[in-house]
Write a protein that binds this ligand. Structure first.
Ligand code: COA
Length: 169
């Protein structure tokens, strides 16, 4: 299986915030943004693996800024690292100023997807070769995040989270 770059899985979704998607403050609902991010991340995971993919976990979400009604929202997702059957997808979200076009980052998130066959059984995927400095940083930290996610899900024991332990040594 040939390794791929994060750029090869890059997925960009741009859409506007409509009245039915906002809260009482006229800002985008968190759940609506989560759904848009899940959709973009799912496409990126599919581009990397060329398999059916399912969301296994949402590892990190930071809602740093509110997204007002009428905003043009761009969600960008890329696979940052692949393991045996699972892959980490990093998602960045921007809004743009209507007049200047200047972009403001409003959110970032990290999701884990698993590639599966037609029966839902996990299946192997290509490796990732990071290229840019940011891609290299995200690649390096991905194993630590995988171990944290598995630990919180009760799927590994604390003593097996070697990358996490190394942070405190
Ligand atoms: C995700 C799923 C396929 C994993 O199945 P499983 O029986 O746990 O399979 P495995 O134990 O072999 O794990 C498969 C991979 O997922 C990873 N994984 C499983 N749970 C994880 C979690 N909580 N966080 C991070 N990685 C996880 C494993 O580490 C393994 O990765 P690797 O092969 O790259 O090392 C299964 O739990 C599933 O189908 N869940 C439902 C998915 C779904 O419907 N999502 C949409 C929700 S609405």
């Amino acid at each position: 299986m040939e390794a791929k770059t994060p750029e090869a899985s890059k997925t960009v979704l741009t859409d506007v915030v409509l009245p039915g998607e906002t809260n009482a403050l006229n800002n985008l609902f968190g759940g609506e943004l989560l759904a848009r991010m899940d959709r973009a991340a799912s496409i990126a995971a599919g581009r990397h693996s060329r398999r059916i993919t399912v969301t296994a976990s949402v590892n990190h979400v930071a809602f740093t800024k509110a997204v007002p009604l009428g905003s043009v929202v761009t969600v960008e997702a890329k696979v940052s690292r692949a393991f045996r059957t699972s892959m980490e997808v990093c998602i960045d979200v921007w809004i743009e100023d209507r007049q200047s076009g200047e972009r403001t980052k409003v959110n970032e998130a990290i999701y884990t997807f698993v590639a599966v066959d037609e029966t839902g059984k996990p299946t192997t995927i290509p490796e990732v070769i990071p290229e840019t400095e940011l891609e290299k940083q995200r690649y390096a930290a991905a194993l630590r995040r995988k171990q944290l996610s598995l630990l919180l899900a009760g799927k590994i024991k604390p003593q097996d989270a070697t990358e996490l332990k190394a942070l405190f040594d």
